[in-house]
Unconditional design. Sequence first.
Length: 289
Amino acid sequence: MDTKVNHKRVKLLISCPDKPGIISTVTNFLLEHKANIVHFDQHTTDPQAGIFFMRIEFDLEDFDSLFEKIEQDLNVLAEKYALDWKLSSKRQKKRMAIFVSKADHALMELIWRWKSKEIEAEIPMVISNHADLKDVVEAYGIPYYHIPISKDTKDDAEQKALELMKGKVDFIVLARYMQILSPNFISNYPNQIINIHHSFLPAFVGANPYVRAFNRGVKLIGATAHYVTNDLDEGPIIEQDVQRINHRYTAEDLKIAGRHVERKVLAKAVSWHVDDKVIVHGNKTIVFA
């Protein structure tokens, strides 16, 4: 993997009503702004009357003078063609807060990939309702905030977390954070909170899903990464994967296999989010991966 940052690289995400000429309009717009297109992806929900999605990566030789100009001119183009758009560059690293409880597998996968620059983001903080992982996180130089939560202190705990993150965090990853977030908290980060959970839902909701799956003799286990909404575990899905298991697996074996799948699925979802490869459309996602 090439981990060298290209400071001239820009990413543009667009969604709009589908109609003839959108591609040529956008590509000619970039040509006029001296952009060199290096990657181009597109999708439409219906060529006749659907929604058109586009992701473009391009390089700007004169980045300092042209990036801001493109931003300004995109506003004009967006008004004319009803575009929803997002522009970002490799110079603007996203800032990720990780929320965790006691399980460390998803957290450590993210930290390892961050450390190796596979996930090109910043981690300004880890927040937890337990102190168990404080030492291991701080060993990587990442600030760790322990915010205990009880039924009576939930609102105050969430407010404290929001205050800690204000101006320092762009998105949140729930790396096996075993608390349900309130609608008020979620409203501060719409489509910017990524969660990971097992894919037994809705069959084995609640505690000890792997034990109950073992008792049912399941043959597939998996994991789902999705954006968090007010509907519990029903937000837009970013990534899923499964692993086949058999009668030789104990309940503990299922947990171990499940952790492996969760780590991989969450890391992919976070990486795609960081790289601006995901567009949310209703309760679905378009993933250009």
